[in-house]
Structure formats: C-alpha cells, structure tokens
Design a protein around this ligand. Structure first.
Ligand SMILES: NC(=O)C1=CN([C@@H]2O[C@H](COP(=O)(O)OP(=O)(O)OC[C@H]3O[C@@H](n4cnc5c(N)ncnc54)[C@H](O)[C@@H]3O)[C@@H](O)[C@H]2O)C=CC1
Ligand SMILES: O=C(O)CCC(=O)C(=O)O
Length: 529
C-alpha cells in the first residue's frame, strides 16, 4: 500500500511531529514555516490529511488545492476558520481536538481577569521599563464579591466558573444549550435572561464563533452595562463587536478589557493596542507546554488514524457520532448501505430518488440511515469518490431527491429498514432486518418475501412461475462452470417468482444473456457486495 501523506500546516509540539515521523506508513511534511502561498501551491496538493491551527484557514483557496485531502485535523477547539460545508462537499472529514487546551484557555482567562483588576501590565512596565516606583498610581479592585457573568458554560466557561468561585466571586452563567444543573450543581447561578449578564461587574465569553454569537456584545449591550465594567475575551475576536468595544473603552464606560483574540489576526496594528486600559495577548489561549504537547499528540494520532481510514475521532461533519451510536444500530447502517448498493446495481440506471424507511427503534437513526443508503446507491456510479461526508451534497448536485420516512412497525420484526430506488428504468424496493444482533438479511424485494444473506455475487432472476424454470437456471449455471452456493426463492400473488442465486465465480455477460433468453424470464440482473 502506498504511504499516506500528512502535511502539518502550523507549528505543533515536537512530540506530535515525532509521532508522525516515526510511523513507517506515513509520509510527513512539516510545512509550518512555509509561507502560506507556498503551503497552498506546493504542499496541500500532496496531502491526504492536513493538520492546521488558527493560522491556516481552510477556505476556498485551501479547498481548491486540497484535491487529495480526505481529512483536516484542527489542532485545537474553534473551527470558525474551517469552511465545514465546503469541506463536506469535497468529502473532507473535519476533526478537532476539543479538550486538550481547555485548562490553558481557562488559566489565560483568569490571568486577564486578574491583570485587568490590578492593571498588572501597566504597573509592571512602569517599574521595569520606566524605573518608576509610584505605589499610589496602581490601586486595583478585588475579584472577591464581584459579580461575574459567564457567556457560554462549556468546557472552558464552566472551569472559569470553578476558579472564579475560589476567588469568592458571585457568578452567573448564560448558556441556553446546557442543563441549568451544570451551573447550579457548582453553586453557580444560571440565567436565561441575557440582561442578567449585562448587569455584571466582569463579563467573560466562552462560546464558539458563529452567526449567532458574532457581535453578541455590541453597542446596545455595552450601553446597558454598569459603568466601569470589565470585559474579557479569550474565545474569538468579533464576539464583542470591536468598534463598540473600542468606543466603550475610550469613553471609560468599560474600565478595562482583557483581550486574547482579534477579528483579524495577526493584529499588530489594531486600534485597541493604542489604548492604556486593555491587557492584550497574541492569541495565547492554548499556549502552554502541557496543552501544546497534548494537542499535538492527539492531533498526530488522529491524523494518522484518518489517513489510514481507521477512525475519525471528533469528526464534526460525519452523519454519526461514533461514541453516541447504540450497538444495535451499527448492523442496520451497514445493511441499509448494502441495500442501497444492491438496488443501484440491480436497476443500473440514472437515479432519480432514494426513499429510505425505517420501522422500530432503529427509526430514531433515520437521518444516518439516509446517509448510509445514499452512499450505497451512489457507490455504484461514483466508487471511491462518494463517502459519508459528501453523499447528500453529491445527491443534491445531481438532483437526486432523498426522502426519509418512519414507518409503523407492523412487520413482525423488531426493526426493518428499506430503500425504494426510483431510476430512469423504473423502481425497486428492498427491505431488510437483522437477526440475533448481527445477522443481516434481505427480507423483501418488491412484493417478494425472501430470506437472503446480502453478500458475495448474486443473480436476481425474475420469471413467470412455471414448472422447470429452476432446473433450467441450474443447468445454465453448470454449463457456465458457475457453482451455486445459495438459492432463495420468493413468489408473489401474480404467479411470478424471484430467485436470488448466490454464485462462487464471476458472472459473465453470456450467462446473463442465456438466462434472459429463457421463455419464463421477466428480468435478470446481478450484483456483488
Ligand atoms: N484563545 C484561545 O486560544 C482558545 C479559544 N478557544 C475558544 O473558546 C471557545 C469555547 O471553547 P470550549 O469551552 O472548549 O467549547 P465548548 O463547546 O465546550 O463550549 C462552548 C459553549 O458555548 C455555548 N454556546 C453556544 N452558543 C451560545 C450562545 N449563543 N449563547 C451562550 N452560550 C452559547 C455552548 O452551549 C457550549 O456550552 C471555542 O469555540 C474557541 O473558539 C478555545 C481554546 C483556546
Ligand atoms: O493554538 C491555536 O491554534 C489556537 C487555539 C484556539 O483558539 C482553539 O483551540 O480554538
């Protein structure tokens, strides 16, 4: 097998680089020191997997060069600089490393908070750079008893809360997407009313950057805040509207701001840097040795797993979250993909629509069923180009309608899944179930009730139900030197029958022609899974 290439686009810890260098099945290129135009022009086209940090945007320019790329590993949490829909269209799995830098970001937030209340960098510079000893100039305030508002109470926000508790602060969390007990169990207040946050002495934000959170704190919100409020942002530039922040800091409405992140980075020319009531750092939230080491190791291991096609840990655009999938569902996903693939092979014609159905508890996973069935159907025409990430995008581009339906569970089976495929040549419906947790079976093809193990090479022979047909089919197989390993028969009420014949060898065109020439034959097709 040829080696897979992993390109490291930004600086990561040496331990991660060592893991990549020591894997004999991986070709590894460290392009972290290359200028971005050279990275895109020369290295990204070689990559099977790319490791990025916040300095490399996965945007149109990146994706245009990422012809071979199957996965991008963002060595950090925030993926606001990764075009996830664009990546999905190209079949690129986007993964992040969600918790390895949590503590680093939490501690930097506390650093900014403490630095703001004690104007720490200004006192420090006054003594160190100006050699001035004027204790009367540097009176700060205390965190104790101050009201802290935390926007976004996830990994980082909640841990900031815990640390702020140790400083005896009075804390309130705003995060509509969590169970309030996540805050109240820590003896931290929880509010659904954003105004409660605006009434705080210190506000810190820890949400992702997205259309809902950009500019979440703007001019109007700042106007409602206490005079002398302190704002901290160690999440993403732009969550606080930067013009409004600037205005508030200049007018004195905002006493201090602790800022690690900017709308546009690097930000060496930003007007915030001219003010003397800000503490600033150049996006250092993740910059501790511990965090960088952990992130690099996890990013390298995950990139290798993805390059080898073994696993996609923390994938953000896959239809299923591996760790959340109940065991009983996996064989159904596999089965519905096989059913999709079978349907496309039997009909062998331009696909118009894919209708996916499920009955029983498995129907809770209908969305994933739809993706797996679509992969199965499109694999017939697109082979390796189709995967779980791009399947529905590709179907949409080809005007293939995908519908999903939960059916009443009246089949007698605990679960039943099915695909109705409509093509230019007609329609086929195939349904299946799983016995004993693992045994996949096709139980219906159109109106025929069957019991077929969907594997190997199969011939689907539909005929008028007259005597001698099975004998003729057997004879033709024997004449063509094909061994029959399984033979299943279904009959319908219209005096027609369907035989599904599993054979050991390859099905040749001549054999199919001979079967088609039998008088009783209505149709013949073959498929291999
Ligand atoms: N400065 C730096 O170097 C670093 C910055 N970050 C940033 O911090 C952010 C948060 O990281 P984590 O806590 O690990 O993520 P997380 O996913 O654990 O937490 C984010 C929280 O924000 C909440 N949220 C989402 N939309 C919201 C809204 N409209 N209002 C209120 N809450 C909302 C979510 O429910 C979630 O609980 C990341 O998205 C990343 O952008 C993360 C690590 C380092
Ligand atoms: O080190 C980085 O790339 C920035 C870390 C960060 O902002 C994140 O993980 O979201």
């Amino acid at each position: 097998m040829s080696k897979k290439t992993i390109v490291v686009c930004d600086h990561i810890h040496q331990d991660g680089l060592d893991i990549l260098a020591n894997d004999s099945e991986i070709e590894f290129i460290n392009a972290a020191d290359e200028p971005k135009d050279k990275l895109l022009a020369e290295f990204i086209p070689l990559a099977d997997v790319a490791i990025t940090r916040s300095s490399t945007d996965v945007d149109d320019a990146f994706l245009a060069q990422a012809k071979k790329v199957t996965a991008v590993v963002r060595a950090g949490v925030g993926v606001d600089n990764v075009d996830i829909p664009g990546s999905s269209k190209q079949g690129i799995v986007v993964m992040n490393v969600p918790t390895a830098n949590t503590i680093a970001a939490v501690e930097l937030t506390m650093t900014h908070m403490l630095s703001c209340v004690r104007t720490f960098p200004y006192a420090h510079n006054n003594l160190k750079l100006d050699r001035v000893w004027r204790r009367q100039d540097w009176y700060g305030t205390e965190l104790k008893d101050k009201k802290l508002g935390i926007i976004g109470f996830g990994n980082i926000g909640s841990r900031v809360g815990k640390r702020a508790k140790a400083f005896e602060m009075d804390i309130v969390a705003y995060d509509p997407y969590i169970d309030p007990s996540k805050a109240t169990d820590l003896d931290i207040g929880y509010t659904k009313n954003f105004e409660d946050i605006l009434a705080c002495d210190i506000i810190t934000i820890h949400t992702p950057k997205n259309s809902e959170t950009i500019g979440m704190i703007g001019k109007d919100e700042i106007a409602k805040m206490k005079d002398g409020v302190i704002l901290i942002n160690c999440a993403r530039g732009g969550l606080y509207d930067e013009d409004a922040l600037l205005e508030g800091l200049t007018s004195g409405k905002i006493a201090m701001a602790g800022i690690d992140v900017f709308n546009k980075e690097p930000a060496t020319d930003h007007p915030l840097l001219d003010l003397d009531n800000v503490t600033v750092t150049p996006h250092l939230g993740a910059n501790t040795k511990e965090s960088q080491k952990n992130i690099a190791i996890q990013a390298a291991e995950n990139a290798i797993a993805a390059a080898k096609g073994i696993a996609y840990p923390n994938a953000l655009n896959l239809p299923i979250k591996e760790n959340e999938l109940p065991d009983f569902v996996r064989p159904y996903l596999e089965l519905i993909q096989k059913i999709g693939h079978l349907s496309a092979q039997i009909t062998k014609s331009a696909v118009k629509s894919i209708k996916v159905s499920a009955a029983g508890p498995v129907a809770e996973h209908l969305e994933s069923m739809g993706t797996f069935a679509t992969v199965g159907v499109l694999t017939e025409s697109l082979g390796d180009q189709i995967n779980y990430v791009n399947a529905e995008f590709v179907a949409d581009e080809r005007d293939i309608e995908i519908t999903k339906e939960v059916k009443p569970n009246n089949s007698g089976f605990t679960n039943k899944v099915g695909v109705k495929l409509t093509t230019a040549a007609g329609t086929i419906s195939i349904a299946g179930t799983v016995f004993d947790d693992t045994e996949q079976r096709i139980i219906e093809i159109d109106d025929y009730i069957l019991d077929v193990d969907p594997k190997g090479t199969m011939i689907f022979f539909r005929n008028t139900d007259t005597p001698g047909v099975i004998g003729d089919v057997g004879r033709i197989m024997a004449e063509n030197g094909l061994n029959i390993s399984d033979f299943r028969l279904g009959r319908d009420s219209k005096k027609q029958a369907l035989a599904v014949v599993r054979v050991d060898g390859q099905v040749k065109k001549e054999l199919l022609e001979q079967l088609a020439s039998l008088e009783a034959c209505i149709s013949v097709a073959h498929a291999t899974l």
